[in-house]
Design a protein. Structure first.
Length: 636
């Protein structure tokens, strides 16, 4: 997920320390806890659903004691823990807990009496809820004022929160007789000698209206299995991990027609995003069309209809992200749907066209065509701030809702001149122009196929745009396209991975492609594991920066696929390097350090990288099967 590290809208890049702890994930519901399953107050631990922390404290004791841990196995949305209670040298009770996270958090707690004598075991569940918004947790801000109530309802413990019309709640249910307290539940369990009993505890978010539905483990596995066997180019463990990670991020959209969509990344970006979800859909299209179509449907339902200077909504614009928490919905918030991105709108059209090529149901494609037409209208209208034929964003300092940059590299310091200076806006990112070029050609193709309009003006506009990109961005002395044009229409002459996206979109001139591919594989850009976001020769280079020298797997995969599209052998080298970065686990993180591979060892992790992360999980899938659209040399 590409979210600015210090913007007012997006959250700070402070991922909680879970070393030795656990993280369970199912759509926008997740748990961050200690290794023993307890949730301690004061940090980022908690049980979260739809951008709200529903439990900030949780613990289970047995006869007043926490279990002494023996073993723990945590994988994705399930966890198993084993511990003992009593004298460590001769415990009297064995406790086995199995947690499963889906819409609810279900805990099966099995008590086994290790002695021959009957035993009475007091089981105490202690809970508290601060109902903090996810954004507040990330920033370390104390929750704003609101009413928290708790009490027994139908023998369940229910905690509720209300503030200015915003409501959330959580229910704790136990499958046997219990005593509901203000801060928990008390249970007495009778165990015969050598006997076993299982207590089931269910923690259920209380929501209003439509909400995300997360696949059960069985449904999720069925969805994964439908992808079929891996292609020859991908190792089995990488293939399995890619689909498993994407499966963890699946959720049912809240708006009709309630399609299955993919969130951006765990744990802080468990929401529908524009560019992230669309690129993940593109990466999976060679194997299935359902995810891309679902993402397109969900984004079309939120496509901009009016002008809003706070949310940055404009007619035809595709949103950046959709959130459910209090911070975005309160009167002084910026709205549940935020539109601060310039690339999601052309990527919407690119994804729809690729879905049609890959055999998506005709009825679904036809239903989405009006949204694609509106998206192109935005690209050619409001998206072009100064009428120069390029899509740009205001940039400079901060946008209305705090995003200084609105391309995929949207951190405040991402757009740098060759001397390291920050560029000022309005800014035209090079890859965005490539996306618009591909979108124009794609919609022309759809008009041809479905007879919905004249494709000729779009093809002419695409041809003109490609020529203008070449004239304005190509740096002959660097064999590369410039990163951007700044507010004075001057090229931002930095060598970056963004230029490689013009290979993916088929925008680069054929005679430039080999030179560009070779340039991007120089040692200042190619780390040995992937494509650096910024050349090591730039004064702003930092291998552990967010966008100024790190390696992003999805970015590398797009460049590699583009190289292959143009027949450049460098694409194979780049793809193999990225697969090596996946290592024995098969998982590619959101990003990793841009250190040279010759240093030895595995890629250096980025301190706050999301894992799993949707478009990184999909990157190996794209490496195996690049875009289906050939390069159309006759356009030049």
């Amino acid at each position: 997920m590409s979210t600015a590290p210090s913007s007012a809208y997006t959250v700070d890049r402070l991922t909680p320390s879970t070393q030795g702890g656990i993280t369970l994930l199912a759509g926008s519901t997740f748990v961050i806890a200690e290794a023993d399953g307890s949730i301690r107050p004061g940090g980022a631990q908690g049980f979260y659903s739809e951008d709200t922390r529903l439990l900030s404290t949780f613990s289970i004791t047995f006869d007043g004691q926490p279990p002494i841990p023996l073993a723990q196995d945590c994988l994705d949305c399930e966890m198993t823990m084993t511990g003992t209670v009593g004298d460590p040298t001769a415990p009297h009770l064995l406790v086995e807990q199995h947690w499963t996270l889906s819409d609810d958090l279900t805990m099966s707690v099995t008590l086994e009496n290790l002695t021959a004598e009957p035993a009475s075991v007091a089981l105490d569940i202690t809970v508290a809820a601060d109902f903090s918004d996810l954004f507040e947790v990330k920033r370390g801000i104390r929750p704003r004022g609101g009413t928290v109530s708790h009490g027994a309802i139908d023998d369940d413990l229910v905690l509720r929160y209300q503030h200015r019309g915003f409501q959330r709640g959580v229910k704790i249910h136990v499958d046997r007789a219990d005593e509901v307290l203000r801060d928990g539940v008390h249970i007495i369990e009778q165990l015969p000698g050598r006997g076993r009993q299982t207590v089931t505890i269910t923690v259920t978010p209380l929501r209003t209206g439509h909400h995300h539905h997360f696949p059960t483990p069985t449904e999720r596995q069925d969805w994964i299995d439908a992808a079929g066997p891996p292609p020859d180019q991908l190792p089995r463990h990488v293939w399995d991990r890619s689909w498993s990670d994407i499966g963890l991020l699946l959720m049912r959209d809240t708006m009709p027609p309630h399609p299955m969509v993919v969130a951006a990344g765990s744990p802080w970006f468990m929401a529908l995003f524009g560019r992230d979800s669309l690129i993940t859909g593109l990466e999976t299209l060679p194997y299935r069309t359902d995810l891309a179509i679902g993402v397109l449907q969900a984004l079309a339902a939120r496509q901009g209809r009016s002008h809003d200077p706070v949310t940055l909504e404009q007619p035809g614009k595709i949103p950046h992200e959709a959130r459910r928490g209090e911070v975005v919905q309160r009167p002084d918030g910026w709205g549940a749907t935020f539109y601060g991105t310039v690339d999601a709108t052309p990527l919407f059209v690119v994804t729809l066209c690729e879905a049609a090529r890959r055999g998506a149901p005709e009825a679904d494609v036809r239903d989405l065509l009006p949204a694609a037409e509106r998206a192109i209208d935005w690209c050619l209208g409001p998206g072009d701030l100064d009428g120069d034929g390029f899509v740009e964003y205001a940039g400079s300092v901060h946008g209305a809702a705090g995003l200084a940059n609105q391309g995929w590299k949207d951190s405040d310091d991402a757009v740098r001149h060759a001397d390291g200076r920050l560029a000022t806006g309005p800014i035209s990112m090079v890859e965005v122009q490539g996306y618009v070029h591909a979108a124009l050609r794609g919609l022309a193709e759809l008009r041809d196929r479905y007879g919905t309009g004249d494709p000729t003006p779009l093809r002419e506009r695409a041809r003109t745009l490609a020529n203008n990109i070449d004239a304005a961005f190509w740096m002959d002395d660097e064999d590369c396209y410039a990163l951007a044009l700044d507010g004075h229409d001057r090229p931002v002459k930095s060598v970056t991975s963004n230029a490689g996206h013009l290979l993916f979109t088929g925008t680069a001139r054929v005679e430039r492609a080999e030179r560009l591919a070779a340039r991007l594989m120089h040692s200042d850009m190619f780390s040995g594991y992937g494509m650096r976001t910024l050349s090591t020769r730039n004064p702003a280079y930092n291998p552990l920066s967010y966008h100024c020298g790190s390696v992003w797997p999805h970015d590398t995969a797009l460049v590699a696929a583009g190289m292959t599209r143009y027949g450049c052998s460098e694409g194979t080298t780049l793809a193999r390097a990225l697969l090596d970065a996946a290592g024995p686990t098969g998982r590619l993180p959101e990003l990793f350090g841009g250190f040279d591979r010759s240093r030895g060892g595995r890629p250096v992790p980025y301190p706050t990288s999301c894992a799993p992360q949707a478009w990184s999980a999909g990157a190996p899938l794209l490496l195996a099967t690049p875009t289906s659209q050939p390069v159309e040399t006759h356009e030049r």
